[in-house]
Design a binder for this molecule. Structure first.
Ligand code: IMP
Ligand code: MG
Length: 183
């Protein structure tokens, strides 16, 4: 495998990611098999775009998709805790079974805000699937029913995750070389 020159090391390969997504897709199919309406995957743009595309295809059954965009980090690597809705859902989620699809759970501040906001719209159920969860970083408790991988507290990029909008299209997830931040 060719590794991008800015990547120090890969922590999750394309194959590992695909394998775990197949498992989560099967779990979602099973858990929502008896739901009155198709599960609505709400992906948080932009980081979760690649994940939700693969996750939706890993669910062998009817799913619907919607998207939200929130501002969190800007182009730095620290959570500000300030969350703003940049793009809201197109769907009314009242009475729906909603699964929020996130790329990474870090401090949890973004999800806490989002979940409170979505819960106020009276969905039938509300769960979270996150591809990654940073060990020991959560500042607020978030109930995340489906977690792809726990990762150490390092800044990671690839498979949707960016640093200053770069590296989202890497097929694997890796840690950037420290020199990249110094630029
Ligand atoms: P939180 O509010 O601190 O949980 O931040 C969540 C958001 O910050 C994620 O949805 C990502 O967009 C971004 N983020 C947090 N950690 C990383 C990382 O290691 N790489 C890239 N983006 C990250
Ligand atoms: Mg994000």
């Amino acid at each position: 495998m060719d590794i991008h020159a800015d990547i120090d090391h890969v922590i999750l390969t394309e194959e590992q990611i695909a394998g775990r997504i197949r498992e989560i897709g099967a779990a979602l199919k099973r858990d929502y098999a008896d739901a009155p309406r198709p599960v609505l995957l709400v992906a948080v743009l932009r980081g979760a775009a690649l994940f939700v595309a693969d996750l939706a295809r890993a669910i062998d059954g009817r799913v619907e998709l919607d998207f939200m965009a929130v501002s969190s980090y800007g182009s730095t690597t620290k959570s500000s805790g300030v969350v703003r809705i940049l793009k809201d859902l197109d769907e009314d989620i009242e009475g729906r079974d909603v699964v929020v699809v996130e790329d990474i759970l870090d401090t949890g501040l973004t999800l806490k805000y989002l979940l409170r906001n979505l819960a106020s719209r009276k969905p039938r159920s509300l769960e979270v699937v996150t591809l990654l969860s940073k060990e020991g970083k959560q500042e607020v408790p978030i109930e995340c029913k489906y977690i792809g991988f726990s990762v150490p507290d390092e800044f990671v990029v690839g498979y949707g995750l960016d640093y200053a909008e770069r590296y989202r299209n890497l097929p694997y997830i890796g840690v950037l070389k420290p020199a990249v931040y110094a630029d």
